[in-house]
Ligand binder design. Structure first.
Ligand SMILES: NC(=O)c1ccc[n+]([C@@H]2O[C@H](COP(=O)([O-])OP(=O)(O)OC[C@H]3O[C@@H](n4cnc5c(N)ncnc54)[C@H](OP(=O)(O)O)[C@@H]3O)[C@@H](O)[C@H]2O)c1
Length: 314
């Protein structure tokens, strides 16, 4: 099996280089990278050399696929480019892993497009996965903070720290919260959506209603231009904070004075995709998860941009 990575460099917050590193580490060679220009993709390819990756560099999807014939493609370029690359992957018959959000919430006719993408992928036998990595950490969260029962959970809170500001914070950060809720509590609806501003913090509150529970969710977004960015999440007041050792990049969760080392959830997400391609199991962040969380993201995003007043003023 071999893979090509779209957006394998990093201009703003891209995680393409890390995605490439984890494919290579798990014996899926990165044979090509695709960027906007020959020069930028050559730079991205050169930057991967320290990981033992020597991909061919392209700026045309069609050329890349016809020359290197990857089995799968990872899409890690900016969100606005996802829909077009997803279409290219479908047309070329390659499996794909697309970074969250799967598509920009302002994609024209998003629902119809999403249904059509997932249907065409199914017809062609293609594996479609979204990289939304935080659900993979839940077993460590449970070990540290205690069990999470889908019928008993009453509250969920998450603090995220996007590098962007304004309404762009929502597609950047909210997918992580939506994925944690979907993965833990199952399919749900968002009701009673409100937006608040407290100083630098944008606070989004809603009820996530499933057939088993009604969970009051509070998502706090505070712009942090530099890394490591604050990230906390938890259920029923048991809040875990992610810490990153700047020297080793090792990650841990801390909750109520206790710490637990965790693997990089991005690596777990890449491994899950590789294993699903090998037929070992269905992908954790697969079709239903993608369809439902993408629609919920659009619901929140549309409500946020309809809000006037001082919500998005700096
Ligand atoms: N899962 C997570 O935790 C996480 C964290 C951060 C970001 N992300 C996601 O990562 C994605 C990219 O983040 P970003 O917007 O900050 O990316 P970025 O750093 O601005 O760019 C990443 C890469 O995309 C390439 N690129 C830009 N436009 C392209 C195009 N039209 N075709 C092919 N390659 C293109 C850039 O190469 P050039 O030099 O050629 O422009 C660069 O190598 C977003 O979907 C974001 O949500 C996810």
């Amino acid at each position: 099996m071999k893979i090509a990575v779209i957006g394998a460099g990093r201009t703003v917050n891209g995680i393409g280089p890390y995605i490439a590193k984890y494919f290579q580490k798990h014996d899926v060679p990165v044979v090509a990278v695709l960027g906007r220009s020959a020069a930028s993709s050559a730079r991205a390819a050169a930057d991967l050399e320290p990981y033992g990756i020597r991909p061919a560099a392209y700026s045309s999807f069609t050329e890349m696929v016809s020359e290197v014939r990857p089995d799968a493609v990872a899409i890690a370029s900016p969100t606005a480019t996802h829909a077009a690359y997803i279409e290219h992957c479908l047309a070329s018959g390659v499996h794909f892993l697309c970074d969250k959000p799967f598509a920009a919430p302002d994609t024209p006719d998003l629902t119809a497009w999403l249904v059509s993408v997932l249907r065409r992928a199914h017809t062609k036998g293609l594996t479609v996965v979204m990289n939304s990595q935080w659900p993979f950490v839940l077993p460590w969260y449970v070990k540290l903070c205690g069990e999470v029962k889908p019928d008993k959970v009453r509250t969920f809170a998450m603090r995220l720290s996007p590098g962007v500001s304004g309404p762009a914070m929502i597609p950047d950060s909210l997918p992580h919260a939506l994925s944690l809720l979907y993965d833990t509590l199952g399919n749900g609806e968002i009701k009673g959506l409100t937006f608040k501003r407290q100083g630098e913090a944008h606070i989004i509150e809603y009820t996530y209603t499933t057939d088993q529970t009604r969970c009051a969710a509070t998502i706090t977004l505070v712009r942090e231009p530099t890394q490591p960015r604050t990230l906390t999440f938890g259920f029923d007041g048991r809040i875990a904070a992610r810490a990153i050792d700047p020297a080793t990049y090792a990650m841990s969760l801390t909750c109520r004075g206790k710490s637990l080392a965790i693997p990089d959830p991005l690596e777990l997400s890449v491994k899950d995709f590789i294993e699903s391609l090998a037929g070992k199991h269905v992908p954790r962040i697969g079709v239903d998860h993608i369809a439902r969380t993408t629609m919920l993201l659009q619901q929140v995003h549309d409500a946020a941009i309809r809000r006037t007043g001082d919500l998005w003023k700096n």
